[in-house]
Design a binder for this molecule. Sequence first.
Ligand code: SF4
Ligand code: MG
Length: 314
Amino acid sequence: QELVKTFPIHGGIFSRKVGEVRAVDQVSFDVFPGETLGLVGESGCGKSTTGRSILRLYEPTSGEIEFEGKSLLKLSQEEMRRTRRDLQMVFQDPFASLNPRQKIADILEEPLIVHGIGNAKERKEQVLELLRVVGLDKHHASRYPHQFSGGQRQRIGIARALSVKPKLIVADEPVSALDVSIQSQVLNLMEDLQEQFGLTYIFIAHDLSVVKHISDRVGVMYLGRMVELTHRDELYQNPLHPYTQALLSAVPIPNPEVNRERILLQGDVPSPADPPKGCAFHPRCPYVMDVCKKERPEFVDKGNGHFVACHLIS
Ligand code: SF4
Ligand code: MG
């Protein structure tokens, strides 16, 4: 079965909306300037595809992606090359995305050359500045990727994304491969950079604990559909969708007065290529009703921008 995806992204510097993303066939969300939108779900849920589609690293089979009023899928290669400056990506494994034979200085200079930014001297200066803002040293410029730790490599990946002064950064599990102690350093760095450069983030993760502190809003995806989307605090305090509730029950909480039982989901995640009819979550849902097997619940705003797709909530 073909996945049909539409991801309209609107907005711009003067608009309050930087993005609206509609995934598959009934999901849409806005990304506001300067915010971090967390996208969470198990592997195969479509969160990476969503992120990559926005950058056109992945071509949706149909649909539309708009950014700042431009329809990205209709842009020529040349126009997309220019627009891509505004839309950058940080990958899970920075090592895999850094050329092992290139010095860090060359890795960071490359996007500047591609986009025709500055002369050789200005680019050299900018590379040193980039190293500084991500917490690395100018001596690092002449080293190769293998000479860095995982955390440092992710700083290099972030510096490279930052080099062309993007507006939106899609970070696809940027800390998943790092030790927990290093994770928070990289998350703090990303928050500092967001404030400093007015960045908007779409931050993809496979569990709710990683995105808790960095996100302003969080969207939960399941089998290529958004099942819940709301403000961060609202999601963690008042999760409406049974899948979100199950995910959250696995997140340790510091408050012992809140007695939250671990909800164990039955069965495996079905193939995203052939999702169950009706509510795609129904084979694993503890609250499944007859209607859930037949009718797909609409993704609707339950008030104050708390979106959910579940027949229990109407
Ligand atoms: Fe569960 Fe039905 Fe809600 Fe789906 S629609 S999450 S099966 S209660
Ligand atoms: Mg933030």
